[in-house]
Design a protein around this ligand. Structure first.
Ligand code: BES
Ligand code: ZN
Ligand code: ZN
Length: 462
């Protein structure tokens, strides 16, 4: 038995004793000492992983079980840890070790620069069988650090994060990785006829941006498109006070595709990836887009903007048009697109809609990453309600509340080709967690779908 030490960032929660209803996993032969520890705690060693947490009151036993997977177990342990932590788990292979490490690294609170003492170091040791001693965990650690950095970005309040700032942060995070970064300012967006992004950004004194990130690993090509509204007031179709709270998270989709390409480049996957972050601040003002205005998207289609609060689909329309021009093998867009996604699926599941293989690949990748994703249909009658007298399409049907998540997806479908492999992920529910931590998800920004997209690319790269 040997151990691996990892330095990780902060956690200051209380120690707790956890026993499962069903008991503990029977320790393997080389876990025999744990059996004694378990017995000391009055626990019957039958079924589950466990951790010994040294703390102010001596040793505390944290026990997974009840079907907890290793990631969730690691995350639970992490949240209960104070100071140093020793994890004893029944690990038999590298994949299991990586899952446990992911849990330990992702389960903690997200550091914030706005609160003192939120970045105290915690170290932990994982006891592994000798054959796993040589396991290289640097990639997992790098990816987890990237996910935490993305969560920090998403948590930034809108007075600290605006389109250009987010573009610069993206460039910064990509530094040192084989990723090309192009930042399109408002002049370039005009030249490139990105009428959707420009119309959403028009009302703000902080102009819109598009960030194009390219990774050339060879092989198949995946285009990723992310909604990046650094704050969504609704524009002139202003949101009510309560509805506006939390709208700093409306850039989570763009942060997710950023996190994905960082991870893919870190792993050096044999796949080409282009990520488009469509960034704007949706504000009401004398220069803002008015309800009823008609705008022209990058692909030449005109949109009657009947509700300026349905802005995500307008910025994504440009991003999806740009992606489509490249004729990639798969397109995936990620967005906090609709409040309706939360009504339909709650706060933990993301919804996936689209065409072809990309939907299946997303669902499978989510399953492997242990992220919650649910397929929704693309009913054709929800496209016809967007027909406009004045333009090619309207961005909403006024007065319609039925199937809002799918209506949003149907709008986006106009900007990808019918034979494309395309998945649209609506993460309005799980992008932010207002409730207690669950699994590897802390309070605040969750970073969901980053690991799913990395897994998607891993599968396509095979
Ligand atoms: N950013 C919101 C969606 C949202 C709502 C995300 C709540 C996370 C939590 C989006 O831009 C929006 O306002 N959508 C409208 C669409 C409607 C006008 C068709 C909505 O959901 O009300
Ligand atoms: Zn909106
Ligand atoms: Zn929005």
């Amino acid at each position: 038995m040997t151990s691996i030490s990892l330095a990780i960032s902060p956690s200051k929660s209380q120690l707790a004793m956890r026993y499962s209803d069903s008991g503990f996993e029977s320790p393997a032969a080389d876990f025999a000492p744990n059996k004694e520890v378990l017995t000391q705690f009055g626990a019957k060693p039958t079924n589950a992983a466990c951790a010994k947490v040294p703390g102010p009151k001596g040793l505390t036993l944290v026990v997974g079980g009840n079907g907890l997977n290793l990631r969730d177990f690691g995350a639970v342990v992490r949240r209960e840890a104070v100071g140093e932590l020793t994890v004893l788990a029944h690990l038999t292979n590298q994949v299991e070790l990586e899952e446990l490490v992911e849990g330990l690294l992702l389960g903690g609170k997200t550091p914030t620069r706005f609160k003192k003492g939120s970045s105290e170091a915690v170290s932990f040791e994982i006891v592994v069988p000798a054959e796993l001693m040589t396991a290289d965990l640097t990639k997992v650690q790098q990816i987890c650090a990237q996910i935490v950095a993305i969560r920090e970005l998403i948590n930034l309040p809108a007075n600290e994060l605006w389109p250009d700032k987010l573009a610069q942060e993206a460039k910064q995070l990509a530094t040192g990785l084989p990723i090309e970064v192009e930042i399109w300012d408002e002049q370039k967006l005009e030249q490139e006829r990105c009428g959707g992004i420009l119309s959403v950004g028009k009302g703000s004194v902080r102009p819109p941006r598009l960030v194009k990130l390219s990774y050339h690993g060879g092989g198949k090509h995946i285009a990723l498109v992310g909604k990046g509204i650094t704050f969504d007031t609704g524009g002139l179709s202003l949101k009510p006070a309560e509805g506006m709270v939390g709208m700093k998270y409306d850039m989570a989709g763009s942060a997710t595709v950023l996190g994905a390409i960082l991870g893919i480049a870190t792993l050096g996957l044999k796949v080409n990836v282009t990520a488009y972050m469509c960034l704007a601040e949706n504000m009401p003002s004398g220069s803002a887009t008015r309800p009823g205005d008609v705008i022209t998207i990058r692909n030449g289609k005109t949109v009657e903007v009947l509700n300026t609060d349905a802005e995500g689909r307008l910025v994504l329309a440009d991003g999806l048009s740009l992606a489509t021009e490249q004729n990639p093998d798969h397109i995936v867009d990620v967005a906090t697109l609709t409040g309706a996604a939360r009504i339909a699926l709650g706060d933990r599941y993301a919804g996936v809609m689209g065409y072809g293989e990309a939907v299946k690949l997303s669902l499978e990748a989510a399953g492997r990453a242990n992220e919650l994703l649910w397929e929704m249909p693309l009913p054709p009658e929800l496209r016809t309600i967007l027909d406009s007298e004045l333009a090619d399409i309207a961005n909403v049907k006024i007065g319609n509340r039925a199937g809002g998540m799918m209506v949003g997806a149907q709008f986006l479908a106009d900007f990808v080709s019918k034979d494309a492999s395309w998945a649209h992920l609506d993460i309005a529910g799980p992008a932010n967690n207002d409730a207690a931590p669950y699994g590897v998800i802390p309070k605040g920004a969750s970073g969901v779908m980053i690991r799913t997209l990395i897994g998607f690319a891993q599968r396509v790269a095979q």
